[in-house]
Design a protein around this ligand. Structure first.
Ligand code: M6R
Length: 611
């Protein structure tokens, strides 16, 4: 989950690389480094963020027309200058950056040490680089061939970019399991973990596939497989503007992304939902409707926030479509030899489309004959390409590490999907179908009205920001929202928080309750409302502090709560799209009041491309 950038062409490489790295910092920010080729290799690297490197290399010779850069999320070896990428080979003539994990690095390292190699870092990446150099020297082959031989030997995941003094115009790149995009310009090429580093230069990109190797020169892009056979690069047109990856006047990307939700949900519904006509158009669902409506079982595979969206989808699909649904953590699913039968459908949910656990889980399920439907945000990402069919969430680039707008996009897509299957299956009445269509259409406006009223959430955040623990409780469709509220708070405020089904609280967590514990109830009006009000009473009776997210017009909950925040009424299936918004804001305000960089909280990375 590191970020990589490369450039070869007629422009100055350093400014392109450094700007690209800033855009990719969401992928990791433990250290930063660049390698430039101009009369020999120049490598500059530093523990910390891109800004730390920039400060550190003022006055250095940065002139070059080719270079590579890396922003690291540490796996092998602590964050430090010496573990920062790019690494240089033993001869000093090759420089390489790597995103991924070489699983059999220890064995290869031993072999190299026996040959007299010494290593200057603790990384698996430096091992791979020296392995490549060693093959090149022993086999007397060119670098491209040495890379091919080395990659056939390694296990694990990688995206590597390599430059060599002997060939000062060429970047050699390869991927397996970690993303790589190549931007095609006139007399220049750009390389990145995603397309953001190249947006202002080209809209033509090639998404490199696993086990492909790219030889990239200013005027030439050669793509090959590891068997040395040429592959014709498939050029895709990018549909993304620079403004989408800039803060646009907001203090943080997270705040921008929270406030974008009326329009991102609208973008997700646009062209699909037509409430007046009573229709939902989703080609991915329509083209596979027999498979979907006749599924014996749906398995949802995801991680983190996307997993929470999957939990809500479980409730919605079972309710509307009467198909059994199981929701799986991808990291568990991939290792536990799950039973996937013919007739099962797997729904993969992922913002980035690159999460390693989800990707590998899907590869295994696909190899076993499962039908994969992807609900993905990042267009052209690995999970999107691996899926048999799918629906994009159209939430635009999400850069804040804490997922916000992608989550509501996922819910919107999954709701539409469930409605479409239910309609085709005949498991929903015409009246309820139409009601839910109308309500979905109103969601962007309701979200906008919630976002007009943030003062109260700022006040609540200031009141509780010093708490050591939080409990989030919800029932039914709002239970996963409680989980999501707790995850958001943990991620960006470092406060311990647990999400629980409200009724389950009395089976253990109630022991935590005292006058210092804030308990957030997601208690909008639904079929469980009276029950959750009783749970509030139980907390109040034990002197816990009750903060309630309620439906406008609820007169009972405020009498039990210390603090309340009201949101517009909605059917209980739709309510999570609204009830999550105040929780996103609450965590944002707590995190910023505590002085935390909420866009880049410690230890996290946006796209988790390691296991
Ligand atoms: O890109 P994905 O949706 O596959 O990512 C899954 C999780 O890593 C992600 O949701 C993570 O939990 C977020 N940081 C939550 O805010």
């Amino acid at each position: 989950m590191c970020g990589i950038v490369g450039y070869t062409g007629h422009r100055e490489a350093y400014p392109i690389i450094i700007t690209g790295l800033k855009r990719l910092e969401y992928r990791g920010y433990d250290s930063t480094g660049v390698a430039l080729l101009n009369n020999g290799l120049k490598v500059y690297k530093k523990k910390g963020r891109v800004a730390d490197l920039e400060e550190n290399i003022i006055g250095k010779d940065l002139h070059a027309h080719i270079g590579i850069g890396h922003t690291r999320w540490a796996t092998h070896g602590e964050p430090s200058d010496r573990n920062a990428h790019p690494h240089q080979s033993a001869s000093g003539k090759l420089a390489m950056i790597h995103n991924g994990i070489i699983e059999n690095y220890a064995q290869i390292k031993k072999e190299l040490e026996n040959k007299g190699y010494h290593f200057t870092s603790d990384t698996d990446s430096e091992v791979l680089l020296n392995f490549i150099e060693d093959i090149q020297q022993n086999n007397e082959c060119d670098l491209e061939e040495a890379v091919r031989v080395a990659l056939k030997r390694v296990t694990g995941a990688y995206c590597i970019l390599l430059i060599a003094e002997e060939d000062p115009n060429t970047i050699i790149a390869a991927r397996k399991g970690s993303p790589l995009v190549i931007g095609v310009g006139k007399g220049e090429h750009f390389l990145g973990s995603d397309a953001s580093p190249m947006l202002e230069y080209t809209k033509e990109v090639v998404y490199v596939n696993d086990y492909e190797l790219a030889i990239v020169r200013p005027d030439e892009l050669i793509l090959k497989n590891l068997g040395n056979e040429k592959i014709t690069p498939f050029i895709t047109k990018l549909d993304m503007e620079l403004a989408a990856i800039e803060k646009g006047g907001y203090e943080h990307f997270m705040l921008k992304e929270i406030f974008e939700q009326p329009s991102t949900i609208q973008d997700c519904l646009r062209g699909r939902l037509n409430a007046a006509a009573g229709t939902i158009t989703m080609a991915g669902v329509e083209n596979n409707i027999e498979q979907l409506k006749n599924a014996n079982r749906i398995m949802i595979v995801a991680c983190g926030t996307s997993w929470h969206a999957g939990l809500i989808a479980e409730y919605v699909i079972e309710e509307l479509c009467r198909i059994p649904v199981e929701v799986e953590y991808a990291s568990e699913f991939r290792y536990r030899n799950p039973i996937v039968n013919k007739g099962d459908v797997i729904i993969a949910i992922s913002q980035s489309g690159e999460t390693a656990d989800t990707l590998v889980a899907l590869e295994r399920a696909k190899a076993n004959g499962a039908f994969i439907f992807g609900v993905v945000n990042a267009v052209g990402s690995s999970i999107a390409r691996l899926s048999h069919a799918g629906a994009y969430t159209h939430s635009g680039p999400e850069i804040g590490v804490a997922s916000t707008k992608a989550f509501t996009g996922q819910l919107a897509v999954l709701n539409m999907m469930a409605l479409k299957i239910a309609k085709a299956k005949g498991t929903i009445t015409d009246e309820y179908y139409q009601q839910l269509l109308n309500e979905l259409q109103d969601v962007p406006e309701k979200v906008a009205s919630i976002l007009k009223n943030t003062d109260e959430l700022q006040r609540i955040a200031a009141k509780y920001k010093d708490a050591h623990d939080f409990l989030f409780l919800g029932r039914g469709y709002n239970f996963p929202i409680a989980l999501e509220g707790a995850l958001k708070l943990k991620e960006i405020s470092y406060i311990h928080a647990e999400g629980y089904p409200a009724a389950e609280m009395k089976h253990g967590p109630i022991a935590l309750v005292d006058e210092n514990l804030p308990v957030v109830f997601v208690a909008t009006k639904d079929s469980y409302h009276e029950k959750i009000v009783s749970n509030m009473q139980e907390i109040k009776a034990r002197k816990g502090k009750v903060i309630s997210i309620i439906t406008e017009g609820d007169l009972v909950s405020p009498t039990i709560s210390d603090d309340v925040f009201s949101i517009p009424p909605a059917d209980e299936l739709i309510a999570p799209l609204l009830s999550v918004i105040p929780l996103q804001l609450l965590s944002y305000y707590v995190g910023t009041l505590k002085g935390i960089d909420v866009d880049k909280p410690r230890n996290l990375a946006k796209s988790v491309t390691v296991e």
